[in-house]
Design a protein around this ligand. Structure first.
Ligand SMILES: Nc1ncnc2c1ncn2[C@@H]1O[C@H](COP(=O)(O)OP(=O)(O)OP(=O)(O)O)[C@@H](O)[C@H]1O
Ligand SMILES: [Mg+2]
Length: 323
């Protein structure tokens, strides 16, 4: 029992008929920290969130949120949490302001307080101008910001955000991250699910990687990247005939076995020396008179983490048993 944990999940199992959505998931989230559940489609992220937010019950295992058992004290848990679920829950036929006030009233904070709180949140989420427009006229990014504002109306102790930025364009995603940064700085406790390592890295203190309903790795982004071998230096050549020669030079500067990707006319290799590898490789290539299209340093992606930990790509949807 981690009494300081805002979320403590232990051995959660959930089956839907033949499908095992979760097969023994355990993790905890200390108060005042941000934890990201990172995994591809169908990994079990939403199922875990649904159990922790009392929307469904686990078949096996236990969980507490804000120190309360989600199975036996569901109503109390609900009064202490905020949930932005993956499917938009706000009513499109209300204005943003009306929606926030309605949620306040559902939480019994009174119309006057709810009205004040709505104005405060519209301000904080840059929705003042849109506040009196119908939600169905909002862009995807505005809708997600309103979703997030809605979860905060009653000052929850723990926030659950299920894929808060999936489907947003890069600019809207960045705007949402900026808003989340503020919550994080204020000391919010957040469980956030995502398919993007970049998002987990930007926002989370701790990342729990899940795949096929199992926790396959846990740590901060640096330790996860270390597990997949760190940065890779790469060179893309103009003439495919030079790939062999470039491979030797990449291997020598990186100090690791290079990999040739003929389709991409690219050679890459793990490197521990960071940006210095680019400088050395550029010099070596220039001295050898080899023309390159691109050269650089690439950080591991979610896909690299998945390839290393599971042997399959993150976006590969696998049907049935994989062993
Ligand atoms: N209500 C349900 N009935 C039947 N199967 C379900 C149900 N909910 C989830 N599943 C199955 O459980 C598995 C995990 O689903 P879940 O929604 O938790 O994944 P996820 O990680 O949230 O995926 P995504 O990134 O696509 O949202 C999937 O195989 C899914 O098809
Ligand atoms: Mg989901």
């Amino acid at each position: 029992m981690a009494s300081n944990a805002a979320i403590d999940a232990s051995g959660l199992v959930k089956r839907y008929g033949e499908t095992v959505a979760l097969s023994g998931v355990s993790f905890d989230v200390p108060r005042g920290t941000v934890c990201s559940l990172l995994g591809p489609n169908g990994a079990g992220k939403s199922t875990a969130v649904r159990i922790l937010t009392t929307l469904t019950e686990a078949d096996e295992g236990t969980a507490t949120v804000a120190g309360l058992d989600v199975a036996t004290r569901a109503a109390e848990v609900r009064s202490r949490i905020g949930l932005a679920s993956q499917d938009a829950t706000v009513d499109g036929l209300l204005t943003g302001r009306e929606n926030l006030i309605m949620i306040g009233e559902l939480h019994h904070i009174g119309r006057r307080v709810a009205t004040e709180r709505a104005a405060e949140l519209l301000e904080q989420f840059s929705l003042v101008d849109a506040g009196d427009r119908l939600i169905k006229t909002y862009s995807g990014g505005m809708r997600r910001r309103l979703d997030l504002a809605a979860t905060l109306v009653a000052h929850p102790e723990v926030l659950f955000l299920d894929e808060p930025t999936t489907g947003l364009d890069p600019r809207a995603r960045n705007e949402l991250w900026d808003v989340l940064d503020i919550l994080v700085d204020e000391g919010a406790t957040i469980l956030l699910t995502t398919q993007y390592l970049e998002e987990a890295e930007r926002l989370a203190d701790d990342i729990v990687v899940i795949d096929h309903g199992r926790v396959i790795a846990r740590g901060d982004s640096r330790s996860l990247k270390r597990q997949v071998g760190g940065d890779q230096v790469f060179a893309t050549v103009v003439d495919p005939a030079t790939l062999g020669r470039v491979s030797e030079l990449v291997g020598r500067t990186a100090g690791a076995e290079p990999e040739i990707d003929e389709g991409a006319r690219q050679v890459r290799a793990a490197t521990a020396v960071g940006p210095r590898a680019i400088a050395e490789l550029a010099t070596a290539l220039a001295e050898a008179g080899i023309e390159v299209e691109d050269i650089g340093l690439r950080q591991p992606t979610l896909d690299d983490v998945f390839m290393t930990l599971t042997g399959h790509h993150a976006e590969e949807v696998e049907e049935g048993a994989d062993e």
